[in-house]
Design a protein around this ligand. Structure first.
Ligand code: NIG
Ligand code: FE
Length: 392
């Protein structure tokens, strides 16, 4: 069964075989066979197909790959946000109130809430999402968060080392995170992460956490240099992390470590937006040859957006990326951050995950900020969102 998507004003493939950067094809078509991309090219030269869908001169690009989110949690922190907008500063300590609400929530409650956020993401074009634990902070609550996350994605991340919970000494807690908690969580996780920051875990503790995770086969990621300069970026690069995330406060040494190791720098501009921290200069990273990803960091504390379109808008307006670079970072960049070769692009053989935008150019994502332009979303060759989709 093959389907030809035609009438595409511009198709961003992120396929190096087509062209640099976003691999743009004008007046394009895309052939899907068995859930994967079988062909892309000018519509005038498209092969025959079992069915044909004309998208009427709209732009098409790969589904967003959101490589950083914290979707399994109870409660909210709207009051904290309101206080912050009135001048209070963001601190890691706020995480503890979400931990209390998460522990109180039933499995079903957490499952329904996570499902709602994943659906919200899909509606906005996100077809691959990474989900972290980190609001349980007991063996049982972390394992439960990961079990629920795994119902929605294969990209699950164990973040027992989010903060030290009340009542435990830091070293005692690191022992638990690298011992019994790791044992209970590793079967449900692909990645391990640590919040390396003042008020959370220092470099030695972060090293202990990541090394223990690596020893049981988990891939490494790290929350680094979010609230101030620190050792996190260089530690992630040294240990072979797939990505270091936030990278808000970085210096030349951090940038050269990223460039040399190929570790992806995942920028989370929604966090700078909602915490009023300064935006990092993404252009500096690109100029140094660093691979940049954009992700939402959707969480109840530092940034409660699920919209990668919003993150793209911020990255273009505030971080110095062009629309093409920002869209690449939110698709191919996210895939690189998750070490996935089957998503984030529309080269032949890739999963047929794509967005039809109700606009003639993908740059409208930033050009029309805040406007819900995502019309159709396809995942693995099935239309999930939009007219004629199975979900409606
Ligand atoms: O990525 N930085 C640590 N963790 C989250 C925030 C979590 C929270 O405030 O609840 C982040 O920003
Ligand atoms: Fe985060």
């Amino acid at each position: 069964m093959s389907t030809l998507i035609t009438g595409i004003s511009e198709l961003l493939t992120n396929d190096p075989a087509i062209g640099e950067g976003v691999g743009r094809i004008k007046s394009a078509a895309l052939l899907i066979e068995n859930g994967v991309v079988a062909w892309t090219g000018p519509a005038a030269t498209a092969p025959p197909a079992d069915s044909v869908i004309d998208v009427g001169g709209r732009a098409v690009f790969p589904g967003f790959v959101d490589s950083h989110s914290h979707l399994v949690f109870g409660g909210d922190r709207v009051d904290e946000f309101v206080a912050r907008m009135a001048g209070q500063t963001y601190a890691a300590g706020g995480i503890k109130s979400t931990v209390a609400a998460t522990r109180e929530a039933s499995d079903d409650d957490l499952r329904v809430r996570t499902a709602k956020l994943v659906a919200e993401m899909l509606r906005q074009g996100t077809t691959t999402v990474e989900i972290k634990s980190g609001y349980g902070l007991t063996v049982q609550d972390e394992a439960r968060s990961l079990r629920i996350a795994a119902e929605f994605t294969s990209e699950t991340t164990y973040l027992g080392a989010h903060v030290v919970p009340a009542g435990l000494a830091a070293d005692e807690y690191v022992g638990l995170v690298t011992g019994d908690m790791l044992k209970a969580c590793a079967p449900h996780a692909k990645w391990i992460d640590v919040f390396c920051e003042r008020g959370a875990f220092d470099a030695d503790q972060a090293r202990a956490v990541l090394t223990a995770g690596k020893a049981v086969g988990l891939g490494l990621r790290i929350h680094a240099n979010q609230l101030g300069p620190g050792p996190g970026v260089r530690l992630g690069c040294e240990l072979g992390a797939a990505a270091v995330d936030h990278v808000t406060y970085i210096d030349d040494e951090d940038i050269s470590a990223l460039a040399q190791t190929g570790t992806v720098a995942t920028l989370l501009p929604g966090v700078e937006f909602s915490t009023k921290h300064p935006y990092p200069d993404a252009r500096r990273l690109l100029d140094a040859g660093v691979v940049v990803a954009l992700a939402s960091d959707c969480n109840p504390g530092s940034c409660f957006t699920s919209s990668l379109a919003f993150c793209i808008t911020l990255a273009v307006r505030e971080m110095g990326l062009t629309p093409d670079q920002a869209i690449w970072a939110a698709t191919a960049g996210g895939a690189r951050a998750l070490r996935r070769t089957d998503v984030g692009h529309l080269g032949v053989g890739a999963q047929a995950n794509f967005v039809v935008l109700d606009a003639p150019a993908a740059a409208y994502l930033a050009y029309r900020p805040g406007v819900p332009l995502v019309r159709d979303v396809w995942s693995a060759g099935r239309q999930r969102i939009g007219p004629g989709s199975s979900l409606g």
